[in-house]
Write a protein that binds this ligand. Structure first.
Ligand SMILES: *Cc1c(COP(=O)(O)O)cnc(C)c1O
Length: 369
């Protein structure tokens, strides 16, 4: 071990300190208001989020996984069928698809972006397809314009999972404004993180928005009048909404800082040994600094970085189709790019409050690999 202070992959306390006074004011305002669920903060946050994404409706829910599940339940009405998605995005879509009573149909990802491959998606869409879920993985907008066109042509709704990519934009359109519906997570480590769990669904479709508002609250039309099946309790509370309102305006600057950090790593790393996925453009929210190690080198690279005081993680080590829960009955599909990525990726420290000296430590360690 060196004397270097370890550089963490994240340190949530720093973002709190950065806006401490505003956050404490917002929390106290809610505590003193006597209104804790679906009140004025929640309504204001929904409006502000919809505006930030550039869509008509935002519906606050309790988590990103609930957001995905409710979006799929609203779209498929619990009637089964298949949902086409990637297997390398942490398993959240799979859990949501199962909750919606459908079956995941995995297709491989693009070798450069590690996001859903559009041509393979087109091949996979069939009679049983009820929706396509695309994750803008690590913060990078997927090939979402083409995916949206393909889905529209086939009459299949497109769900964007924006949990890692809030604020990413291409051609003046933001992540979440391309699909039929899009889902957000405000888990504390996301680019817009709450102080607990939270999520949201956004859409331009008024009917779908109405359905989501009912589903998140027991299927109610009005209080105690249930008009829709498969309802649940999935609410974003006043405290989280008030705190998220303090943070939402900061997302563009934080994303820019994250992109700048990733660009430094791209320059510092020896590319043949460790290929850092670039995040130079605004179509990347810089959520994670992910690098692909050369064959058989990941463990050695992680050890060397750890000795230099640099923490790393793996997002994600086990693809959905190879999880122990195994949908083996359907026969594990061959997903070579997905499987290669799971065995070669590692994530470097990346959060907006990382200090310049810490970034130097990481870059120095990368250059000495
Ligand atoms: C974090 C995450 C989710 C799930 O969000 P939760 O709020 O933790 O339920 C879904 N999809 C992706 C891509 C995520 O990164």
């Amino acid at each position: 071990m060196t004397d270097a202070v370890p550089v963490p992959t994240n340190d949530l306390g720093r973002a709190f300190q950065e806006q401490r006074a505003e956050l404490e004011d917002a929390a106290l305002r809610v505590l003193r208001s006597g209104w804790y669920v679906h009140g004025p903060e929640h309504r204001a946050f929904e409006d502000e989020l919809a505006e930030a994404v550039g869509v008509r409706h935002a519906i606050g829910v309790a988590s990103g996984t609930d957001a995905l599940a409710l979006a799929l339940i609203a779209l498929t009405r619990g009637l089964g069928g298949e949902v086409v998605t990637a297997a390398n995005a942490g398993g959240y879509a799979t859990a949501a698809i199962q909750r919606a009573g459908a079956t995941p149909r995995y297709v491989d990802v693009d070798a450069d972006t590690l996001c859903l491959d559009t041509d393979l998606t087109l091949e996979a869409i069939g009679e049983r397809t009820r929706a396509v879920v695309v994750t803008h993985l690590y913060g990078r907008l997927a090939d979402v314009e083409r995916l949206a066109a393909v889905c529209q042509e086939r009459g299949v709704p497109l769900v964007e999972d924006v949990a890692q990519s809030i604020g990413a934009e291409r051609g003046g359109r933001r992540a979440g404004a391309f699909g039929t519906v899009a889902t957000f997570s405000f888990y504390p480590t996301k680019n817009l993180g709450a102080f607990g769990d939270g999520g949201a669904v956004v859409t331009d479709d008024g009917e779908l928005a109405g359905s989501l508002r009912r589903l998140r609250q027991y299927g109610w039309q009005d209080k105690y009048v249930v008009v829709q099946p498969h309802g649940c309790n999935s609410r974003l509370d006043e405290l989280q909404a008030a705190l998220l309102r303090v943070r939402l305006p900061r997302v563009p600057a934080w994303n820019e800082r994250r992109r700048a950090i990733i660009s430094r790593y791209v320059e510092a790393a020896p590319a043949q040994l460790l290929h850092v996925l670039p995040a130079h453009e605004a179509d990347h929210a810089g959520h994670l600094a992910v690098a692909v190690a050369a064959d058989g080198q990941r463990d050695r690279v992680r050890d060397a970085l750890a000795r230099a005081g640099v923490a790393t993680e793996v997002h994600y080590p086990v693809p959905d189709h190879l999880q122990p829960i195994a949908h083996a009955s359907a026969g594990a599909p061959a997903l070579p790019v997905t499987e290669h990525a799971a065995a070669h990726v590692l994530s470097l420290p990346c959060f907006a409050q990382l200090t310049d000296p810490e970034i130097e430590v990481v870059c120095g360690a990368l250059s000495r690999l």
